[in-house]
Design a binder for this molecule. Structure first.
Ligand SMILES: [Fe+2]
Ligand SMILES: [Fe+2]
Length: 308
């Protein structure tokens, strides 16, 4: 299938941006200074920092391993009947899967050279599975997508793709990962302050900056496709997007108990406020007026909190 070169869409523009920005190499970083810094962390600080890193390492692997069915689903869509070019989006996702593999590679190297282990299991804490959202769920999402491809039903396929983009780009990338970066920022900043230093784990921070830049493109592409799928099947917003957002808000924004943090001055509320804004940004990108309840995330959250 030819690309419509006269009509390069959002996904192609992001692919082009990725060709320029996404060429960094995890092997370029020297982690020797980070290894020395890490020895200055207390046991409690190590435990907490490792919990976030383990979630990211596993998460990057999970997103790498579950993205292929999205490309197959795009291929199975009737391109002529969709309000976007599925071929350009397939090209975009081919780039994304490479970037996700590279993120996995980065965490793998960091675990090996700084944490001196490859085992994430002992550091998986916080009961994320029980809180109703985990990157483990992406394997089920991929299975649902494969079933929809096999069904041959276009509407079912659009719905399955909408749910998949919402889970992957809308929740895992736009909410969980971005919240995680804010947490890294605070932990590192507070540790540097305590040690009277400008910066600690400097290579980690620089490398994560590269990952974040990649993720910004992934999230924007995801939001754009969710909007396009809503143009194709307007009911998808109430049937698929809102129930999934509801689940996330209930379990994560409202349900998560405040965490004990070993880093002096850690501000969980600030992160909560920012992640709420990220969700609002997703809603606004899709089109707030398409939503029945979640057009204004803050209003829903405040109403629910007042009712508790
Ligand atoms: Fe990633
Ligand atoms: Fe990503």
């Amino acid at each position: 299938m030819p690309i419509e070169y006269s009509n390069r869409e959002k996904s192609y523009q992001l692919y082009r941006k990725g060709k320029q920005e996404g060429t960094w190499d995890p092997d370029e970083f020297d982690f020797a200074a980070d290894r020395a810094d890490w020895k200055q962390f207390s046991d409690a600080e190590k435990q907490r920092f490792l919990a976030s890193c383990a979630a990211f390492y596993d998460g990057e692997e999970d997103v790498t391993r579950t993205l292929a069915p999205y490309m197959m689903a795009l291929d199975a869509l009737e391109n002529d009947e969709m309000p976007f070019d599925t071929v350009q989006e397939e090209i975009y996702l081919a780039q994304q899967v490479y970037e996700e593999a590279k993120h996995t590679d980065l965490f793998s190297r960091y675990f090996e050279e700084v944490f001196e282990t490859q085992d994430t299991e002992p550091h998986r804490v916080g009961g994320y599975q029980e809180q109703g959202y985990s990157t483990d769920d992406l394997y089920d999402t991929a299975d649902t997508l494969l079933a929809a491809i096999n069904s041959g039903d276009q509407r079912e396929l659009v719905y399955a793709l909408g749910e998949a983009y919402l889970n992957y780009m809308g929740i895992v990338e736009a909410q969980l990962a971005r919240g995680g970066y804010l947490s890294f920022d605070q932990m590192i900043e507070l540790k540097a302050e305590e040690m009277g230093r400008e910066v600690v784990l400097e290579s980690f921070q620089t490398a994560i900056g590269k990952v974040r830049q990649d993720e910004t493109r992934h999230i924007e592409n995801g939001r754009w496709i969710m909007r396009k799928l809503a143009e194709a099947e307007p009911d998808i917003v109430q049937d698929v997007y809102e129930p999934r957002i509801e689940e996330y808000v209930e379990n994560r924004l409202l349900g998560a108990p405040p965490e004990e943090m070993p880093f002096e001055g850690y501000d969980q509320r600030k992160i909560g406020k920012q992640t709420m804004q990220y969700l609002q940004d997703t809603v606004d990108y899709i089109g707030a007026d398409r939503f029945e309840e979640y057009d204004d995330v803050r209003r829903v959250v405040q109403t629910r909190r007042a009712a508790d």
